[in-house]
Structures are given as C-alpha cells and as structure tokens.
Design a protein around this ligand. Structure first.
Ligand code: NI
Length: 256
C-alpha cells in the first residue's frame, strides 16, 4: 500500500474527473491520500472531500502565500473544522521566501506560522510545513516553537545538514516529484542519508509531476514514481519503500 501524504485534490484542476483520479490511485495501490488546505476556503473543501471519500483525509491551515486570508478569528475557525475526525493535521503552514521578498511580510508569515503551531499544540495534531527558500528561519522556528510538536517538512528542498537537524527533532521529510528530475541536486543525497523511519512520499498534486509525467498535471497515482526512485537510490525494493513510508504516514497522522 502507498500513501500519498500531500496533495490538493480540491484544486479546480480536478473538478471534472476527481472520481477517475481516485480510481487510478486505487488501481496503482495508493490507498490513502491526505489533502491539505492553503486558505480557509480550501480547508473547508478538503474537509468535505474527506467526508465524501473514504480514502481521503485532510489537513487544514493557511499557507504562507495566503497570509492575507488570516485574521484573529482564523485559528478558532480552523479548530472548528479540525473537530471533524478525518482532519488529521494542521497544514500546510510555514514560510515562503521565494515568492515573498518583503521583510515586513516575511515577519507576518512567521507570526502566522507560529500561531498555527500553537493551534496544532492545542488540538494535539501533527503539522505539515511548507518551507521554500526559508530553511534557516523554518528550522529556527521548529527548534524554538515546535519542540513538543510532530510533523513533516513537506516537499523537502533543504540540505543534508538541515535534514539531520529535522530528524533530531523527531520530524519527517516529505519527498516529491523533484527527486525524479535529472537536475535534483541535493535531494538524492538527502534521501540516501535519511533513516527509513523519517521518510514520507507525496505528490503535491496537481503540481510537480514526477518523470515521466513532468510538466503534466500531477495526481496521486504518480506517487509510485517517487517511491521507485527512492528504492533505486537507497538500494531497497519498491515493496520495502511502500511498507515503511506507509507505516510512517500512519504513525504521524494516526490513520489506519
Ligand atoms: Ni502543497
């Protein structure tokens, strides 16, 4: 069994064929899929999808590129959504300095990230973190504000050294399509250095489709391509990768 631990099936890219996408996932052996909200609206949408499809689970949160969607009532409203049994995480939350160059707005991202870490603590939920070009500040916040939390650095793009610090905190890294790209500079070294109990596989669909689908719409069935590459790089069988990544996902997100 494979588990796609991060995607966005509420996205309008799937509005005409969502049921077929889920069928193809099932056929490929992808039996659980966790969708993450980026805004309050998409957090509602992923929660509703999880209620309607047994294979789906949800995470709710405000993405760092969507901070204008966050106000002083947002955490209380996310908590209401999180009361649903199929909401298994707070996310995706974090820092994105790739798209945000303004230092004041980066500080707002940090404040909102920390507020949602506090929410995860109150709700006793794990966290799914987005970190793009913000590795140092993300790690600092995890080390100072999230020591008692568990979670994953999703779509990991940092160094081997940063990954080691993440593992020390007992956190996971999520690996996506870029692992299969010819120019995936550091990521092969990171996954070779990672203990097997710290790795999750994900698609981030509809984004970041792995080779040989690169450039097309991504979907959960393609998480198998990420697992194959992981097996090749780590000298493991595909069955082993499926088994331990699914076990890790079940352990982190408390799903069966
Ligand atoms: Ni995402």
């Amino acid at each position: 069994m494979f588990i796609d631990t991060h995607c966005h099936l509420e996205d309008e890219n799937f509005s005409s064929d969502r049921a077929e996408v889920l069928e193809r996932a099932k056929f490929a052996g992808v039996e659980r899929i966790i969708n993450f909200g980026s805004t309050f609206q998409s957090s509602i949408a992923v929660t509703e999808l999880a209620e309607n499809f047994s294979a789906l689970y949800a995470g709710v949160g405000i993405h760092p590129e969507e901070i204008d969607d966050f106000d002083d009532k947002t955490c209380a409203r996310l908590a209401e959504l999180a009361a649903d049994k199929k909401v298994v995480a707070i996310g995706e939350i974090g820092l994105d300095y790739h798209w945000e160059k303004d230092s004041q707005r980066r500080l707002i991202q940090q404040k909102i990230f920390i507020a949602q870490l506090d929410l995860a603590r109150q709700l006793n939920l794990p966290v799914c973190v987005h970190d793009r070009d913000a590795h140092a500040d993300t790690l600092k916040i995890l080390q100072t504000e999230a020591r008692d939390l568990r979670g994953v650095l999703h779509c990991y793009s940092g160094s081997v050294e940063t990954a080691r610090e993440v593992f020390k905190l007992g956190w996971f890294i999520g690996v996506d399509g870029p692992l299969t790209f010819k120019n995936s500079a550091k990521l092969p070294e990171v996954v070779k250095a990672a203990p097997r109990d710290r790795l999750l596989i994900e698609t981030d669909a509809p984004y970041l489709a792995p080779t040989p689908y690169r450039g097309k719409r991504n979907e959960p069935a393609y998480v198998v391509e990420v697992a194959k590459k992981l097996a090749e790089l780590r000298g493991e069988t595909l069955e082993e990768v499926a088994e331990y990544t699914a076990a890790n996902a079940k352990e982190l997100y408390k799903i069966s």
